[in-house]
Design a protein around this ligand. Structure first.
Ligand code: S6P
Ligand code: ZN
Length: 203
């Protein structure tokens, strides 16, 4: 009998261990998130990216953000091991704001195993998913509630919040895919998203 109260730290730690113990067959599980209440913890790792962590991806330096160092985005993962056969799922919260006139965005990455796809489902807010291949093909797709963006194998992907509210999206991909940030840092994305003359401008 489990005497730990549901939701307590101990309960969550126990649940996490149960899900990821090497050599054990995983058991089905469910996890509830509540966007209205701001509860999106999926029981796995949480990554927080502040301005100082990602400022190099933007076109310009913003002295105000240098001082305030706000959170640009957070990612809440499910407690899934990074191995073939599993699916990782996560929720990204991308805050509204701009670095000078460039909208807040994620670092962006290829998957290390490049033949792995990903699905994004918009939950709240509005933005763009920028997609790019190594041979320079580029597309942007809107993400918003009830919209699914399918990112095929071999496409790097980056999310941009083009609205004045929080952008929240769910993502799922093969758990062994891995993240290659270096290539995107070296090559950049072909296009950036700015707010210019009261309009969203992709250029
Ligand atoms: C993971 C998936 C997303 C991103 C997240 C943050 O494959 O594409 O969950 O990890 O949106 O972006 P990034 O580029 O910093 O990992
Ligand atoms: Zn990805």
């Amino acid at each position: 009998m489990c005497l730990l109260s549901k939701g307590s730290r101990q309960y969550e730690r126990r649940k996490w261990r149960t899900l990821t113990d090497a050599g054990k067959m995983m058991r089905p599980f469910d996890v509830l998130f509540d966007l209205a209440e701001g509860k999106v913890n999926l029981l796995g790792n949480r990554t927080v990216r502040r301005y100082s962590d990602v400022k190099h991806i933007f076109h310009e330096i913003d002295p105000k953000l240098e001082r305030e160092n706000p959170i640009i985005y957070e990612v809440f993962e499910a407690p899934i091991a990074e191995k073939e056969g599993d699916l990782m799922f996560l929720i990204t919260l991308l805050y509204p704001g701009r670095v000078k006139n460039e909208f807040f965005m994620t670092k962006g990455h290829y998957h290390v195993f490049e033949n792995t796809a990903e699905v994004y489902l918009g939950l709240k807010g509005k933005g763009l998913v920028l997609c790019q291949t190594r041979n320079g093909d580029f597309e942007s797709h809107e993400i918003c509630p009830n919209k699914v963006v399918y990112i095929p194998p071999y496409w790097a992907h980056r999310a941009v919040n083009t609205s004045s509210e929080l952008l929240v999206f769910f993502g799922v991909y093969p758990a062994h895919a891995g993240h290659d940030y270096k290539s995107v840092e070296a090559e950049g994305f072909k296009k950036r998203v700015f707010f210019e003359n009261d309009k969203i401008c992709i250029r």
